[in-house]
Design a protein around this ligand. Structure first.
Ligand code: GDP
Ligand code: FE
Ligand code: FE
Length: 204
């Protein structure tokens, strides 16, 4: 396991050290969610080491990914009102807002300037037909981090250890099943991701 003290962020990615960022993240959410975020960082670093991604980028993406999760609906409505292109997001609620609009808040409030990290945050809930290695790592780490407890998480962890693409496909399939079970609206990007990664099983 990597020593977290060795994690460093390029000044062009974010103007804070990891310690400074961790402090800001802790203040922006409940203790329970903060623990989840640290778990996602641990899993993201492990996956980055395994699959050859920059561990520093993986740490940064994980630490910021749920920054906006506990914002009020009213705060998100302000953002949606300010930009017409966000209007189609209205029916989907916080699940979709905290990732797609969260990336905007991370850009402006935490000064994250690394576009790869911002993209990984944007698609961390839905996945996408085209995903970079960092996108996949954050998407899967969010699902399998050590605090997650749901039936299927063991299988997801085993797949993540063997084949990252298979883990992405497994997560998409089970998220879609879960949303349908709960009569939740499915965002178009989630369906596009499902069609690419599961329905056509072209992830090899
Ligand atoms: P978390 O923020 O760590 O809890 O995890 P995620 O950001 O991955 O997911 C948040 C929630 O969004 C989960 O309950 C997912 O099942 C849900 N979700 C994923 N895709 C969609 C979608 O297309 N529509 C809706 N309504 N929810 C979704
Ligand atoms: Fe999230
Ligand atoms: Fe998360």
């Amino acid at each position: 396991m990597i020593d977290l003290k060795s994690i460093t962020y390029d000044k062009n990615w974010i103007p804070y050290t990891r310690d400074e960022l961790v402090d800001k993240i802790e203040k922006s959410m409940s203790a329970r969610r903060f623990n989840h975020v640290l778990g996602v960082e641990q899993s993201a670093i492990e996956l980055a080491e395994k699959y050859g991604c920059d561990v520093n980028l993986a740490s940064l993406a994980a630490l910021v990914h749920d920054y906006a999760k506990e914002r009020s609906d009213l705060a998100f409505f302000d953002l949606i009102r300010a930009n017409d292109r966000f209007r189609p997001l209205i029916p989907f609620g916080n699940n979709i807002w905290h990732s797609i609009l969260g990336a905007e808040l991370i850009r402006y409030e935490l000064d994250v300037r690394n576009e790869e990290v911002l993209h990984a945050v944007q698609v961390h809930t839905t996945g996408a037909p085209e995903m970079s290695l960092l996108d996949k790592i954050l998407f899967v780490a969010d699902y399998i981090e050590p605090n997650r407890k749901f039936s299927g998480v063991k299988t997801a962890r085993l797949l993540a250890d063997e084949d990252l693409n298979a883990a992405v496909a497994y997560e998409l399939k089970h998220t879609l099943l879960h949303l349908i079970e709960l009569n939740q609206p499915v965002y178009s990007l989630t369906l596009d991701a499902y069609n690419k990664w599961v329905a056509h099983v072209d992830y090899k």
